[in-house]
Design a protein. Structure first.
Length: 402
């Protein structure tokens, strides 16, 4: 009986193609919007986690100042000294390596081509704390680092803009007023988690940058690698105590430095994107309710149009339950059809948008199944009242209906 009822429902839908399409349009938009928003939200979260992980895992970033800025209206907190780097590396348990960094902006020039980039000075420990494989060439040696020799490892963006058609390794180019030998080219890493091109960089030994660019031994950033067997929170607490002592901060006074845990940053950004995705998905789901109201409206119209047909069925022996099932199945079929079309539309929209916002394409089976199930439930909920109304018609009154 159910098969016959479903066939009758599909025939009724096919007889009024345009009206059926307009009826399920709200369901299509609702399902498509929910699936698209949730999938893009998850793709964005995955992209953020991937970009954060590119910065390295189990890493603490240490900077002078409070938060991302200086904090308050007082004088600028002092930078770190090389002795601070040594103290952290030798006195704290759980620290695998410490990579100090000093940076400057300069114009790189090679045979008439020029490119404004960031020069980052650091030690060989950076490639232990924050592994970054080479596409070509080598890392600098300990002797080159100790001497502060002007050797460079360049990012792929610099390579493309200055050495598009040639092998950059072994070439000499000028960075600002410094002539530098290129000994390596880094693999492509892409955009950073906080914006900016990670590949737009020239990396040199820190002594060379301090002598030729900054003119100071001060350090504005330290990247501290933490052994995976240790808790980053405990290492962070120990480091806070050590730096407060070395910087002469008395009890009761705020730190004049900040320590960021990359895992905490990742968790915070993931939580934020998940919350925003949920809010947008709830707003998009409202159109599903609107679509359900549209189905109920059209089904009521259909009951009125087919009153005489219902009367004939009841008069020749059909029971009210069969009439109710027929209209209920018709409403559910409409809703499920809208849900299926909405899923297809969503995948097409996702495929178009993901390259534009530079996030990976994802297929999330759970949200697709849930969205389709909700569309079926909406068919049942909003189709029940019209179906019950049809089943409750008096056969004599229905036969008299014009």
């Amino acid at each position: 009986m159910l098969g016959t009822t479903l066939l009758l429902a599909l025939r009724s839908i096919a007889r009024h193609k345009l009206r059926s399409f307009l009826t399920i349009l709200g369901i299509i938009i609702g399902v498509g919007a929910v699936v698209t928003m949730v999938t893009l939200g998850k793709a964005t979260t995955a992209a953020v986690q991937q970009q954060i992980s590119a910065l390295g895992t189990n890493i603490l970033q240490v900077r002078p100042g409070q938060g991302f800025g200086r904090g308050g209206g007082g004088p600028r907190p002092p930078d770190f000294k090389p002795e601070d780097v040594t103290a952290i590396a030798t006195q704290l348990a759980g620290v695998t390596a410490v990579a100090p960094q000093a940076s400057a902006t300069a114009t790189a020039i090679y045979e008439g081509a020029n490119w404004s980039t960031t020069v980052n000075g650091t030690t060989g420990a950076i490639f232990q704390v924050q592994p970054w494989p080479l596409a070509n060439g080598r890392y600098w040696t300990g002797a080159e680092e100790a001497a502060g020799k002007a050797v460079c490892i360049i990012g792929n963006t610099v390579r493309k803009n200055l050495f598009a058609n040639t092998d950059a390794v072994g070439k000499r180019f000028r960075v600002g007023a410094v002539s530098c030998d290129i000994i390596g080219v880094l693999t492509t890493r892409g955009q950073a988690g906080f914006g900016g091109d990670q590949d737009d960089t020239v990396i040199m030994p820190i002594k060379a940058v301090q002598r030729r660019f900054t003119g100071s031994r001060d350090i504005r950033l330290m990247l501290v690698g933490v052994d995976s067997r240790f808790s980053t929170a405990s290492v962070q607490a120990s480091m806070t105590d050590l730096l407060r002592e070395r910087r002469g901060i008395t009890p009761g006074k705020d730190d004049d430095f900040n320590i960021f845990d990359t895992k905490q940053i990742s968790d915070t950004l993931t939580g934020t994107t998940t919350l925003l995705t949920s809010i947008v998905a709830v707003v998009a789901a409202i159109s599903l309710v609107v679509g359900g109201i549209g189905i109920m409206n059209i089904m009521l119209v259909s009951v009125t149009e087919r009153t005489r047909e219902i009367g004939i069925r009841l008069a020749i022996g059909a029971v009210a339950r069969e009439v109710l099932l027929q209209f209920l199945v018709e409403a559910v079929a409409l809703s499920c059809l809208g849900g299926l079309i909405g899923l297809v539309v969503a995948q097409g929209v996702i495929a178009l948008i993901t390259p534009l916002i530079q996030v990976p394409w994802l297929f999330v089976p759970s949200i697709n199944v849930i969205a389709f199930a909700i569309s079926a439930v909406i068919g049942v909920v909003f189709g029940y009242f019209p179906a019950r109304r049809a089943a409750g018609l008096n056969p004599i009154d229905a036969l008299r209906h014009e």
